[in-house]
Design a protein around this ligand. Sequence first.
Ligand SMILES: Nc1nc2c(ncn2[C@@H]2O[C@H](COP(=O)(O)OP(=O)(O)OP(=O)(O)O)[C@@H](O)[C@H]2O)c(=O)[nH]1
Length: 227
Amino acid sequence: MQTCPDLKRNASVHLCVGFLRRTNSGPNRKMVPVKLLILGAQNTGKTALCVRFITKRFIGEYDHKKEVTYRCSRLVDQEAVEIEILDIACKSSVASLESSIRWADGFLLLYSITQRLSFGEVQQLKKLIDQTKQSLVVPTVLVANKADLEIGREVTTEEGQRLAKDLRCGFNELSVAETVSSVEAAVFQLIRLVLDQQRPLPDRRSYMLTVRHALTRKLTRSKTMQW
Ligand SMILES: Nc1nc2c(ncn2[C@@H]2O[C@H](COP(=O)(O)OP(=O)(O)OP(=O)(O)O)[C@@H](O)[C@H]2O)c(=O)[nH]1
């Protein structure tokens, strides 16, 4: 296993993957910014997931003292997306946690299948997210990590699926250590949820026009009746 003690030493890490070089999108193409926050109990693999997504490598141990913002650019369904993932310090105050929640557009909620306590913690975290965001729909994906440690499993896949349904989240059970593709799939699923929420409703304009016409007709009719 490789160690990476410096990753959490810098307040912000800029790991920009060469997206523009790999695609035919020109430099003038407008990127959509998407801000993600990864949350979960200690030792669930939050930093490992971020580093895996950004670098495709699994690094065993990290220094956990400071928060880190990971940055990269990816194409998601032909959309150029500028991604920021905030991995906060494990001993953050509630005030700083709430401020990070306000900053983010979407949330990765991580628990470890070998740690039942971490499963309980994601429920508390989702409650705090909903209270802080005060929005009916908050893009969130629940990630059950360490699926390679079947022998130490304390949370079943069905329990994870049920919780995701209750919390109205996406769900992925995976092993950051074993597969990079499932990590990418989970992050992309969240990005899609964020992009969907940011897109204007396709029929919002026509709906507004319909309402306007109906109101105009009603006003004209009532005027006619008055005269
Ligand atoms: N077996 C296994 N170990 C993993 C997996 N993901 C992470 N780990 C290990 O779990 C430990 C914790 O991972 P971290 O990424 O440091 O966890 P964290 O949630 O960022 O921890 P804190 O910053 O303390 O909250 C490390 O030893 C990782 O190597 C996985 O999928 N399988």
